[in-house]
Design a protein. Sequence first.
Length: 169
Amino acid sequence: MFKSMLKIVIIFTLLNSCKEVKTDLIVRNNNDSIINFMFSPPIKLDSLPVAYRIKNNIFNWSELTVFIDAFENLSILNPEGIEVFIDDLDLKLKALSKSSYPQHLDLPDIKSRLKVVRTKLLQTKFHSKNKSWENLDLSLQELYLSYNSLIKRIKSINEEVNLFNKEFN
């Protein structure tokens, strides 16, 4: 009789101890959520409209067009679940880096800015994967700034080329 009572007490104790562990895990998962964090609104992205690309002989650079479209889509997504889109954008950025550049844009200025964008993209991926929301917010803002820097440099090079062509024609 004593042995059976002891077995019942041990089983009852084990069952109660298992329940406490489960509630502890649930509390930890709630701390991992994004509920209490508000992301900053994305910085307005500079654009290269299709008409501009045609006028400046960069419309046929399809890798740039694909990259720009993907990047603009990234900026409107919910930052909490962008890791897959960052991977896709990284692949498109690699393809852009390896593509043949238009002659007037085959410059270290453009290539170095693409590397900066990739660095910021990898930082963003890291913070997204680790659910570090404050750092993700900062790295997204830096990513948008580096993208804008790339687009502005493409525009300024095109302006220089157009100005040079007007002077000598």
